[in-house]
Ligand binder design. Structure first.
Ligand code: NDP
Length: 279
């Protein structure tokens, strides 16, 4: 019987993870089965325990369960520990559950390796202070950005989040209105505004000449934030499809000890991408 893996979320029918992991398995000649699991909003822990009791080997976790997965894990990677969010659960040989967060690695790999953005020394603005933002702060700081500003519609959340990471790098938090007069080489949208085709209310001058924007959302059309970037002179306006595939590849590596080649899968998904990624 092939090893069992799944992605758990609610809703879950939109998830591209089964397609991505099936391609990884084919490419690396791994025998495994990967399905979608609709998590019970009131019994996430029960669903997870049942999956692992029935010979499950690993779970990807998506909205809205990443914080609950963090709490459920018996042990956590340093990234997951700091992020307060887990997107990958693995059952260890001793039966304990290990929690990882691969979102940040996925973002940094997509930006730097797939697109050639030089994070070292860059002034970076991260919009949002929810689960997605939490997961990417440490990897961005470890990529030696000059400064990371976390800005959120509800300012206090960004201030608190940045304070948590301040011991490990140059990061500060503020409200969107405090961005007036500031300029950044890269603006990353980790808000969910794009799900309703909106953009966070940031000043137009925030993007430096030749700066890039990155929207964690992806769509077969341009996202609202990609359109904002194009209108305001971004040199590149990227979406989050590459991040989605790269975070999946990191989970696959944690589970199987093999690194799939992500480029052909990103290309393949570009043909079939649909609006509304939740990672
Ligand atoms: P959360 O619900 O945890 O956080 C949402 C954030 O968006 C909050 O900071 C909220 O601000 C902000 N926000 C919502 N609407 C607006 C608005 N109209 N204007 C300004 N800010 C707004 O969501 P997640 O962090 O889990 O997800 C965020 C996005 O990242 C989603 O679009 C998701 O699809 C994407 N994602 C993509 C991944 C990938 O692999 N490509 C991986 C993970 C996520 P406030 O605090 O004020 O409410």
């Amino acid at each position: 019987m092939p090893d069992r893996y799944a992605v758990i979320g609610n809703p879950i029918s939109h998830s591209k993870s089964p397609q991505i992991h099936a391609e990884f398995a084919l490419q690396t000649c791994q025998s495994l089965e990967y399905s979608r699991l609709l998590g019970d909003l009131t019994n996430f822990n029960g669903d997870v325990r049942q999956f692992f009791a029935n010979a499950g080997r690993g779970l990807n976790v998506t909205v809205p369960f990443k914080a609950q997965a963090w709490a459920l894990a018996d042990e956590r990677s340093p990234q997951a520990e700091l992020a307060g969010a887990v997107n990958t659960l693995t059952q260890l040989p001793n039966g304990r559950l290990r929690g990882d967060n691969t979102d940040g690695v996925g973002l940094v790999r997509d930006l730097s390796r797939n697109h050639g953005f030089e994070l070292r020394g860059a002034q970076v603005l991260l919009l949002g202070a929810g689960g997605a933002a939490r997961g990417v702060i440490q990897p961005l700081l470890e990529a030696s950005v000059a400064q990371l500003v976390v800005a959120n519609r509800t300012a206090v959340k960004a201030v608190e989040l940045a304070a948590q990471f301040a011991p490990i790098g140059a990061v500060r938090g503020c409200g969107l209105e405090a961005l007036a007069g500031r300029q950044f080489d890269l603006i990353i949208n980790a808000t969910s505004a794009g799900l309703s085709d909106a953009v966070p209310a940031i000043p137009a001058e925030c993007l430096t000449a030749g700066g890039w924007i990155y929207d964690m959302l992806y769509s077969d059309q341009c996202t609202a934030f990609q359109r904002w970037g194009q209108t305001h002179g971004a040199a590149r306006a990227l979406d989050g499809l590459g991040m989605l595939v790269e975070q999946a590849a990191e989970s696959f590596w944690l589970w199987r000890g093999v690194r799939p080649d992500t480029a052909p899968i990103i290309t393949q998904l570009r043909g079939t991408a649909a609006a509304g990624s939740r990672g």
